[in-house]
Ligand binder design. Sequence first.
Ligand code: 5RP
Length: 267
Amino acid sequence: MDWGMRNRLAQLIQRDGRALFLPIDHGYFQGPTHRLEKPGRTIAPLLPYADAIMLTRGILRSCVDPTNTKPIILRVSGGTSVVGEDLSHEGITTSVKEAIRLNASAVSLSIFVGSRYEHETLMNLARLVDECEDYGIPVMAVTAVGRGLEKREARYLALCCRIAAELGARVVKTYYCREGFEKVVEGCPVPVVIAGGPKVDSEREVFEFVYDALQKGAIGVNLGRNIWQHDHPVAMIRALRAIIHENATPSEAQQLFSEIKAEAART
Ligand code: 5RP
């Protein structure tokens, strides 16, 4: 592997082999998502605890100070919206030249396996990998689930992850599933991170599924709404960081969460 590729991957995946990516790219098809109306404000207190942030070029340019030194995972696919006909009809929205200009450490793109536009999104990935490999830029494939594609089960997720890796993704983001998640990771020869999905009611549930995913081989998370839509986002990200980088159990993470929350209430 080239020095540049290795160096960029090392910026993202920490020395312990783990990673906590903070995605704030949701607006690219959802618009001003709840609690992400002002992305710069949302991420300011969270940045110190993230290993990298994932976002589009527009939000990077307009909401993140260029003196920021957190690694950037630049979302480069899109072209659809929640009110459009088909979320899977994505194209590549941002050039590799632009990713280099923005000093991205990686780029990310969604694939929609089993959708009407499966072929197009898989070819988008293959072409992006071809171009990015020339410049030592890792591609993180996002195994997306769109409308009608809510197949969060091991067989489907394993299929998506393996295809993404076969087409050259250096990292794959997928969803967690309670049954058989280890098979998803085992079948994927590159590191796997999990998204969180829509916000769930209790933080304990998030700690449990992140912990379980790590036990089953995931290297970390690319987890957004369950952090920044929470009423206590800093306590959330710090507790998750403890699970990912300090091997904290869900109970220890819950304890830490409560302490940070109580401390914030006192100050
Ligand atoms: C949107 C994405 C998100 O970055 C990803 O789903 C992670 O965010 P969340 O934890 O909120 O699901 O790729 O398409």
